[in-house]
Design a protein around this ligand. Structure first.
Ligand code: GLV
Length: 325
């Protein structure tokens, strides 16, 4: 008898087929997230779950999965999983690193260019039939090339954003809780700065930290107040890293020039004032949303489940301590 696996939302066909070869799959038939109650009802007998980053894997839900051996998140972020509870229950938790690094860095750059060059606003202008011809002062934005790019969180995605910045001839500064070896910094032309200094000198501040207790509201009124009036805030990490109310206030009062946001504090809700501002570019959490990358992410999640089925440690294990004797 094949082990039973729940897939909480439809994924690409190829990874689904691979999973079906080794597991009896229960697939959410609807094109929407499963509610926690629906997940709970589907859990009995399931040894694995292929979960979405939007599913809240609370201790309560994990405890309900009496036969659960793995929750394979279809995301690199895993703040939706109570990792302590998973570890206590000896449930493997996995994510999908690497395959979405460049795709998310591309989207970050789209936000940088989009907000600085007013792309979404200009598109709305043309569609509204307001364009009367070339004008010397129409839709004036700010240059990206040659400016200072401040990266907060120099992990995989932050580093990929740094490389793109260098391609745009930007000076790249970074802040991270772990500083690189100075020789590596020099080799990659990256300058470390304390957070406050980075906020003061950057023309673009871009966030690439995971959401943890320490990074919640890392950027609030005080931090936004340190930024240049001409600077932009970019967030393609997790919404709660920024105090959204403080951001609205900073944008409204001109403390910063604009924001490019892929993530929000209470997704899918967006603070209504952000929707009315022209100096924001807002996209619906699409950092990894390309055909190639979404398939690769699902493949990674499936491979993690298949490893557990084979009795192996999954390659993208987040809580390896569950395997310690
Ligand atoms: C998306 O936000 C992810 O974490 O993969």
């Amino acid at each position: 008898m094949k082990p039973k696996v729940l897939v909480t939302r439809k994924i690409y066909e190829r990874p689904l087929q691979l999973l079906r070869e080794k597991a009896e799959v229960t697939l959410n038939p609807e094109d929407r997230s499963m509610t926690p109650a629906e997940i709970m009802a589907a859990l009995p007998g399931k040894m694995g779950v292929l979960a979405m980053g939007s599913d809240p894997w609370t201790a309560q839900l994990l405890e309900a999965g009496k036969d659960l051996k793995i929750v394979a998140n279809n995301a690199v972020g895993f703040n939706n999983i109570d990792l302590n509870a998973a570890t206590r229950l000896k449930i493997a938790a996995t994510n999908t690193p690497d395959v979405l690094t460049d795709t998310t860095a591309d989207l970050t750059f789209a936000l940088i260019l989009g907000v600085a060059r007013r792309i979404a606003e200009a598109d709305r202008f043309v569609r509204a039939g307001k364009w009367t011809g070339w004008t010397p002062n129409l839709m004036i934005g700010r240059d990206v090339h040659g400016k200072t790019l401040g990266i907060i969180g120099l992990g995989r995605i932050g580093s990929a954003v740094a490389r793109r910045g260098q391609g745009f001839n930007m000076r790249v500064v970074y802040y991270d809780i772990r500083r690189l070896d100075p020789a590596v910094e020099q080799q990659h032309q990256l300058q470390f700065m304390p957070l406050r200094d980075l906020l003061e000198v950057s023309d673009f501040v871009t966030l690439h930290v995971p959401l943890t207790l320490e990074t919640k509201h890392l950027i609030g009124a005080e931090e936004l107040g340190l930024m240049k009036k001409t600077a932009y805030l970019i967030n393609a990490s997790r919404g709660p890293v920024v105090d959204e109310q403080a951001l609205v206030e900073a944008l409204r009062s001109g403390k910063i020039a604009g924001a490019g946001l892929d993530v929000f504090e209470a997704e899918p809700k967006v603070t209504p004032e952000l929707l009315r501002m022209e100096n924001t570019v807002l996209v619906p959490h699409i950092g990894s949303a390309t055909d190639e990358t979404r398939e690769a992410m699902a493949l990674r999640a499936v491979n993690n489940i298949l490893a557990v089925i084979r009795g192996e440690i999954p390659p993208n294990i987040l809580n390896p301590e569950i395997y310690q004797k």
